[in-house]
Design a protein. Sequence first.
Length: 448
Amino acid sequence: MMRKPAGRITEVFKSAAMRERAYRFLENVAVESGALISAMARAVAGRAATLPMVYAVIDGSSLTLADPRGRKDFGQVGAHRHGARGLKVISAYAVEMTGVPIGVLWQSYWARQKRRRVGPKGTDNRRRAVREKETQHWLDVVQAAAQHSDPTKLWYLVDREGDARVMLLALHALRARFTVRSSWNRLLVAGKNGGRRYLRAVMARAAVVADYGVEVPAAHKRLARRAKMRVRSSTVQLLLKDRWHGGATTLELNVVWAREAGTTPRGEKPLDWMLLTNATVGTGDDVLGVIRSYQARWRIEDFHKTWKSGHCNVENTQLHSMHAATIFATMHAAVAARAERLKHLARNSPDQPASTELTLPERMAIAALAHELLNEPLAPGGRRQTKLVVPDPETMDIGTAVAWIARFGGYTGKSSGGPPGAIVIGRGLQEVLVGARVYAVLQALQHK
Ligand SMILES: [Mn+2]
């Protein structure tokens, strides 16, 4: 799958025998997705262990999968009226503090069941036990990520979907660091006069501790601009009421509130991040560190794209069961993460030796393919790129290696607009992996 990632088994495997074996593996109920994910998590945690701290981005997504007759054991995804089917998934994605992804720390998949009404019509969702709700999957992923690594070295990043009472309490109990974007104007512990106090009102009176600028690209109903952000920070006591069991817990957290000031175009809402965190916020640098952490959360959106539709195209699978689709998607998650890691390493730390990411046969293949490309016959009147040289497999750095991989994938340089992306890197990597395999087989034959 690493050599030829694709949504369909027939694209991944060339021979009938290989396909048959792939189907048997994926459909074998003795193959547990948990064991596969655990192996991935251990490899990722091993890599993370050399770093002082890594981000653990938690985010939900869904795989929309083919189920024309509704006979597969998939569930509903997206809005009911669209009728799409597939699987829901929560991932924990490890990212270095420099913004370079490391890999998948955990995944939890489930198929949405038709809602069974327990109580009278209109039973309040907030009153249902946590275990019944999808929140339990978020908690499972948070716990599993912590179990596979040293929690004191993790900094969890969670978007607004994860702003739930049980989630905040679970993160608090872990001894890990966390940033959760607030979704609710939460109730705080009452002030001296006993009046009700809410998060937003209290933060509006907090001290301004920093300013920063952020480039906002144009998007649907959004004008491009350099937004000026004003940052306030404070410590608050949340009053978390348990509507299921009754009672309430208080939780002391720091809050960093970044809000656009004076640069919002007419008709748009100002950028607004209300971040709940247990990181220290004593200095302006601390506060900007919390904002930077949340900016790194975006990496998981790129990963989702590469995994679901881009390089790996998992959503194209025609597999018949949740079990097989889960195994297939889990394995592809590792493939997508590798392409994303190479992409960001080449941008962030191009001077790092390539040997930490690519095996010797892979580096030999890069050199051989580079040699071939540099000696291609020229078109009449064409000019050779004289600046390029065949890289040394022993000493090449990751920036050079990825630039070559992208060229093999059809990247034509900066004229195409921006550095190489995961699709072109993934395509080039396929060539390299075939070359590496040939090299390894030849080596083995020589030793015989
Ligand atoms: Mn989300």
